[in-house]
Design a protein around this ligand. Structure first.
Ligand SMILES: *[C@@H]1O[C@H](CO)[C@@H](O)[C@H](O)[C@H]1NC(C)=O
Ligand SMILES: *[C@@H]1O[C@H](CO)[C@@H](O)[C@H](O)[C@H]1NC(C)=O
Ligand SMILES: *[C@@H]1O[C@H](CO)[C@@H](O)[C@H](O)[C@H]1NC(C)=O
Length: 397
């Protein structure tokens, strides 16, 4: 029995009313009002969030969004099948404030670390103070066989050595390298404004005794930078197969420049210099500018280290990663390879080692890093604080 037949059994007015009621209740027309109401509520909610929320709230939300955007170039893939050998493993971490309790200053803006192969010491320079940290690993054979031959341990005597030279203003120390043939360390000030208006690096020969960083010859590099705060971020001293001793400076920016061009990943540069005396003054004369392989796709470059004069490591602060390559000193300086290893990430695969400024090899498979203080005034995400102002030890798989 269909509905039409059924309806014949009922009074006509009742059927008509029922039909009207059913169209009103079930048709899209009747649903329109609650639907429009919901849309209106949602629209006003979004409008409130975007237009009427307090300005500072919106700004801080946008800042956090900006800060969590990925850096140019290399990005970490935490779901990679090769995660283990693409990621450093943290072995030990020492905040400087824990190593040096009685130092008389509140911040450690660490900018570089050097470890001489076969020695038991690490030296750390800081951008903000005229002191150089000396960290020692345990001397005994037994102790040095434990915990990956740790280069630094809080119980080993660590000290802050006073700079014997001029100590006015900020130290501006950016790199420290070791000249093996002279058995002298070289401390580099990133870029200093000179009388002729140019921005060039200045170096100091340094030796250490128990209390002091004894400052010797001062040299000036002839390489001029385009931006005052984009100079050398790392330095090594190598000897070519022909026996020439060379200072290799790592430029912070791509193409060795600052600004937007300086952030175009994959254009890292090394400036190769030779020490010469000219009219009684010491100069680092540029002999070559070497391109890093384009596979080293970093937004910036913050540190360089060598092992055995055959392996080179180059770190990026922005990408929080290290390139491990081969150093070829056959005829000048050449860098090859494409292996990139990341500093450990947080649970969301976000960068947490945000301020790596210096690296050194403790042995072939162990890397020591030093981290600057995080940038203040909201320029860096809060998660950068945990790992800043520290010296850390990592295992390379
Ligand atoms: C990592 O390990 C995998 C195999 O386990 C290998 O295929 C890959 O080449 C390794 N990568 C590096 C950079 O060593
Ligand atoms: C370290 O060198 C400084 C500067 O040359 C000197 O004044 C000091 O006596 C030396 N200290 C030691 C322990 O040799
Ligand atoms: C390293 O020291 C030697 C010996 O004093 C010197 O001839 C050479 O130029 C130095 N190398 C650099 C890169 O400063």
């Amino acid at each position: 029995m269909d509905s039409r037949e059924d309806s014949l059994l009922l009074p006509k007015s009742f059927v008509q009313n029922a039909q009207r009621r059913s169209t009103q209740w079930y048709s899209p027309k009747t649903w329109r009002i609650p639907f429009l109401l919901t849309v209106a509520i949602l629209v006003s909610l979004f409008a409130y969030i975007f237009f009427w929320e307090p300005n500072n709230m919106r700004e801080s939300r946008m800042m956090i969004r900006e800060k969590s955007t990925n850096p140019n170039g290399h990005n970490k893939d935490c779901s990679s099948k090769h995660f283990k050998n693409e990621t450093l493993k943290t072995v030990m971490e020492f905040p400087f404030n824990g190593l040096f309790l009685q130092h008389g200053f509140s911040e450690f803006e660490a900018s570089d670390v050097v470890m001489v192969q076969g020695s038991s010491e690490a030296f750390v320079v800081f951008d903000n103070v005229f002191s150089i940290a000396r960290l020692r690993r345990p001397q005994s054979h037994r102790a040095s066989n434990t915990i990956a031959s740790s280069p630094v341990r809080p119980q080993a005597p660590s000290s802050l050595l006073k700079w014997s030279g001029d100590t006015s203003g900020k130290s501006g120390f950016e790199c420290i390298a070791y000249n093996e043939s002279a058995q002298v360390y070289l401390v580099v000030q990133e870029s200093i404004s000179h009388d002729d208006g140019s921005e060039r690096a200045v170096t100091y020969d340094v030796t250490f005794n128990e209390t002091t960083a004894v400052v010797g010859t001062r040299c000036v590099a002839d390489f001029a930078f385009s931006h005052s705060n984009k100079g050398f971020e790392g330095a090594i001293i190598v000897t070519t197969k022909q026996g020439t001793s060379l200072l290799v400076g790592l430029c912070e920016g791509n193409y060795c420049v600052g600004g937007k061009k300086g952030r175009k990943a994959g254009n890292g540069r090394l400036v190769v210099m030779k020490r010469v005396m000219q009219d009684g003054s010491c100069i680092y004369e540029t002999v070559d500018v070497v391109n890093l392989p384009p596979e080293v796709a970093f937004e910036d470059y913050s540190a360089i280290a060598i092992w055995d004069e055959t392996t080179v490591a180059i770190a990026s602060q922005q990408n929080s990663a290290i390139f491990i390559g081969k150093l070829d000193l056959d005829n000048g300086v050449k860098v090859t390879g494409e292996r990139i290893v990341d500093f450990p990430r947080n649970d969301n695969c976000e960068i947490k080692y945000c301020n790596v400024e210096g690296i050194a090899f403790a042995n072939e498979n162990t890397i020591v890093s030093v981290s600057d203080s995080m940038k203040d005034d909201g320029r860096q995400d809060f998660r950068c604080r945990e790992k800043d102002e520290s010296i850390d030890v990592f295992q390379l798989m």
